[in-house]
Each structure stands twice: as structure tokens, then as C-alpha cells.
Design a protein around this ligand. Structure first.
Ligand code: MG
Length: 114
């Protein structure tokens, strides 16, 4: 079965559809901001154990990095929907900024020279 590509706009719409049917309604913007921090923390916990010096407790299950990244993205979509942000347009504008304003910034950073 072929999986259909999901645009950022499509992802926001899918999240909105789920929230309004299965999820009943959106948590408040402030609650979702806290939930976003929780999810970022879960992602950080895995990073610290997989790529950093922290270790898993004996018998503890390994985390699922991809799933935690998806959780972060999910809550970000919720917040974008609640605050009227079109993530696709915002991401395009952000890319544009990086390609113009910041075009040579890292190239000129002496700290990044090999
Ligand atoms: Mg999570």
C-alpha cells in the first residue's frame, strides 16, 4: 500500500479533525504549551540516553525517538491551529529568511571552520 505524502497544511488539518472528533476539543493554548514542553522533555530524555552520557535504568524500556518527535510535532500543530498559524507558510518564510538574511552567516563563523 502506497502512503500518501502529508503536507504541513495537511498535517494541521488531520490534527484538527482528530481533535474535534476523537479528542473532543482542544486543551487551552496554555495547557498545550505545557504539554509541548512535556513532549520535548520526553524527546530530551531519549537523546540524553542514546547520544549523551545518561543511561537507562536497569530494566527500563528504551524510548522511541521517532514517536516522541511526532508527539512534539502533533502538539505544535495543535498550537498552530489554535493561534491561526499556517505552518506551511511560516516554514516557507523561515526557509526564505535562512536563504537570504543568514545566507553566509555560518560560512563566516570562525568557530565553524574545520
Ligand atoms: Mg510523548
Amino acid at each position: 500500500m502506497e502512503t500518501k505524502a502529508i503536507t504541513l497544511r495537511g498535517a494541521q488539518q488531520e490534527v484538527d479533525q482528530w481533535i474535534k472528533t476523537v479528542g473532543v476539543k482542544y486543551f487551552s493554548e496554555l495547557t498545550n504549551t505545557a504539554v509541548l514542553m512535556e513532549e520535548v522533555g520526553e524527546l530530551a530524555r531519549i537523546m540524553a540516553r542514546e547520544y549523551g552520557e545518561q543511561s537507562y535504568r536497569k530494566g527500563a524500556e528504551k524510548g522511541n525517538l521517532a514517536d516522541e518527535m511526532a508527539d512534539v510535532f502533533w502538539v505544535l500543530c495543535c498550537l498552530a491551529n489554535q493561534t491561526g498559524i499556517d505552518l506551511e507558510a511560516a516554514f516557507r518564510q523561515n526557509l526564505e529568511k535562512k536563504q537570504t538574511r543568514d545566507a553566509t552567516r555560518h560560512l563566516e563563523n570562525p568557530k565553524l571552520k574545520p
